[in-house]
Design a protein around this ligand. Structure first.
Ligand SMILES: NC(=O)c1ccc[n+]([C@@H]2O[C@H](COP(=O)([O-])OP(=O)(O)OC[C@H]3O[C@@H](n4cnc5c(N)ncnc54)[C@H](O)[C@@H]3O)[C@@H](O)[C@H]2O)c1
Length: 298
């Protein structure tokens, strides 16, 4: 299948493109920048050099429609993260909400039946409620995107699955509010001290676990407009720091900062229903892989 990956120049895009290519598909990148370094780092230089890459703005309807021509499915990741939405709310709404509308409009224009996209655990607020009630603009725009996906199924029959992970970690993660655990792994590999700048309970999921579930969603999409809270390993930043310090001799990882403004569900029955057999890798294994990746590069 030819699969357009918006935001394919970024961290999670690199992992999804790697999995798509390994499974024999033909991934195509749509991104506003053409820096192939992240993709090369995660998926290899050959894939990064040879991939069909469309440079364009997700906010521009025509750019997305042009890039989507001839594709069989769409993976939508292009977005800006919590701090950037806070710094520039209009840009945040344009990229994260209008950009999502453009992806669905491109699907409608070309008759592409299936969209897999990234929402976020950020649709939940800090109150531990079962219902989404975000207190960040980022969460508000993501929630708007989910509701829009539902409308595109009801009105146009476009099947979609939106995923809501919390902290995505692994090799290549270096930006956004929750990059701390990945930056801590990189610092530990270099023997440097690092302080994770937020505290408290989080859920951690490795980027390659995300890539595996996106691959399934592309190959065997659950029908309807689905939204799934993508749980990995429930933990705390203290446990993350302790684990890194235990598995990387000499590591000096500490925690200091406020809790994250998100407290989402701790279980998601839909995960097993829609994706039987999918399981996230254990946190300790994922942290060890991440440290090993950075050690190889020091
Ligand atoms: N990293 C996480 O922990 C996390 C958690 C939940 C959800 N998400 C979501 O996953 C998606 C991917 O996140 P990531 O961590 O890979 O981020 P990233 O910043 O590494 O990648 C995002 C990519 O989108 C591109 N982009 C930004 N604005 C664009 C525009 N106007 N037009 C075209 N491309 C544009 C960027 O150039 C970048 O390559 C985002 O939608 C994000 O909200 C991430």
């Amino acid at each position: 299948m030819r699969v357009l990956v918006t935001g394919g120049g970024g961290f999670i895009g690199a992992w999804i493109i790697r999995r798509l290519a390994e499974a024999g598909h033909d991934p195509v990148v749509f991104d506003m920048q053409e820096n192939r370094a992240k993709l090369a780092e995660i998926a290899g230089a050959d894939l990064a050099d040879g991939i069909d890459w469309h440079t364009g703005d997700i906010v521009a309807t025509g750019d997305v429609e042009t890039a989507a021509k001839g594709c069989d499915a769409l993976v939508h990741l292009a977005g800006i993260l919590t701090p950037a939405c806070r710094a520039n709310p209009i840009l945040g709404a344009n990229v994260n909400l209008i950009g999502t509308l453009n992806v669905f409009l491109a699907a409608r224009a070309h008759g592409i039946p299936n969209v897999a996209y990234m929402s976020s655990m950020g649709v939940f607020g800090p109150d531990g409620g079962a219902e989404p009630c975000p207190t960040t603009l980022y969460g508000a725009f993501k929630l708007g995107a989910e509701h829009s996906a539902r409308a595109f199924f009801a009105e146009d029959g476009i099947t979609s699955t939106g995923f809501r992970p919390y902290v995505v970690y692994g090799p290549g993660r270096d930006g956004g509010l929750s990059a701390g655990p990945s930056l801590a792994c990189a610092a530990a590999a270099r023997g440097e001290a690092y302080t994770i700048p937020f505290s408290g309970g989080i859920d951690m999921i490795h980027a390659d676990d995300i890539a595996r579930i996106f691959l399934t969603t592309i190959e065997a999409p659950p029908q309807g407009a689905n939204v799934v809270t993508l749980l990995g390993n429930e933990t705390t930043t203290d446990t993350v720091a302790e684990t890194i310090n235990r598995i990387a001799p000499g590591a000096r990882i500490t925690v200091d900062g406020p809790p994250m403004p998100i407290d989402g569900p701790k279980s998601e029955p839909q995960l097993a229903q829609l994706f039987p057999g999918w399981t996230p890798r254990p946190l300790e294994d994922g942290l060890a892989d991440t440290i090993a990746f950075y050690k190889e590069r020091t």
